[in-house]
Design a binder for this molecule. Structure first.
Ligand SMILES: [Mn+2]
Length: 320
């Protein structure tokens, strides 16, 4: 007997991509997911005979060696994603790839296109979750949403995406698995918003987490950007990504860095100015544990004694 395994990122894009797919092709499946950062999810699945894996919104590159193990045992694998897949792309008779790295798309839209827009409103949720505002608006228009419906789907996407941030599953308000399972009953996201305890819970949690921000330290370098400092607490671990997105859209011409305290240093998230989204990767890569994309990059561990060096470099890096 074939074992179906669905592997998905625990953020809004991953969850709504899977949800659309399983609305179209129902199956009893084993579900594998994690926090947003947890992208090496194939590592957790022992390769066996007679498996069929469907993968959503995690990078092929980060899972390549585990993918090869599964293919060797002739698992059928279908992969939907929009992150850099690495080269060369694997080719195998049992592997089907639906990859698209154009900047203005996301995994739930890749699935949506393949299904001919059948569950379009869930793709709207996924697009807003991945901060793809223009795509969200465009898809909402196609779906015939009123402005208040569009806003509701935007809020839902933002909240589910926010829920996926944290160092571990213990940091989260709701387990991503639970979010998906509660969603399974709803063909239409508006119904989910009306009835779901998760939606209500996330609204409250989000508001509560944001209320902590009034006390934080912020260095403002005017046109050279701003740096926010967060403590090593659950609310900060949850909020960091959503807060970074919010700062960027409030001041789109400035770069931002958010530093979150770790035991011996800082976890750093950098966002290049939204109106000129380049350079974040170059800045972060000059530190030992840094890397990322031109628009958004980070440093996993900035040692405490390198903080002033980082601040100096950040202040002059984005000046044109
Ligand atoms: Mn995504």
């Amino acid at each position: 007997m074939i074992e179906y395994i669905d592997v998905f990122n625990g953020d809004a894009d991953g969850i709504t991509a899977l949800h659309q797919w399983r609305l179209a092709y129902p199956a009893e499946s084993t579900l594998i997911t994690g926090v947003k950062r947890d992208i090496q999810l194939l590592e957790n699945i022992p390769a066996k005979n007679n498996q069929e894996l469907t993968v959503f919104d995690i990078s092929l590159k980060s899972n390549r060696k585990f993918l090869d193990d599964h293919l060797r045992l002739k698992s059928r694998i279908t992969w939907f994603d929009h992150h850099q897949p690495g080269t060369p792309l694997p080719e195998h008779q049992y592997l089907t790839l639906h990859l698209d790295q154009t900047p203005n798309t996301c995994t739930s839209n890749i699935v949506n296109r393949l299904l001919g827009g059948k569950y379009l409103k869930w793709a709207v949720v996924g697009a807003f979750g991945d901060s793809l505002y223009e795509l969200g608006v465009e898809l909402a228009k196609k779906a015939g949403c009123t402005e208040s419906e569009r806003q509701e789907l935007e809020e839902l996407g933002t909240l589910i995406n926010y829920n996926a941030y944290g160092d571990s599953l213990e940091d989260l308000h709701f387990q991503p698995l639970q979010v998906y399972q509660e969603m399974q009953d709803f063909v239409d996201p508006s119904g989910f918003c009306q009835s779901s305890q998760i939606f209500k819970g996330l609204r409250l949690g989000f508001k509560d987490d944001f209320s902590h921000l009034v006390d934080i330290r912020m260095d403002d370098f005017e046109s050279n950007g701003a740096i926010a400092y967060l403590p090593d607490e659950k609310w900060a671990r949850r909020l960091i990504g959503t807060y970074a997105n919010q700062l960027s859209s409030q001041s789109p011409n400035r770069p931002h860095a958010i530093l979150r305290k770790k035991r011996d240093g800082w976890l750093v998230s950098v966002r290049a100015p939204e109106l000129n989204p380049v350079g974040a990767d170059v800045l972060c890569s000059s530190f030992e544990t840094g890397g990322g994309r031109p628009k958004a990059a980070g440093i996993n561990m900035l040692p405490g004694d390198q903080l002033s060096k980082f601040i100096d470099q950040f202040r002059c890096h984005f000046i044109q």
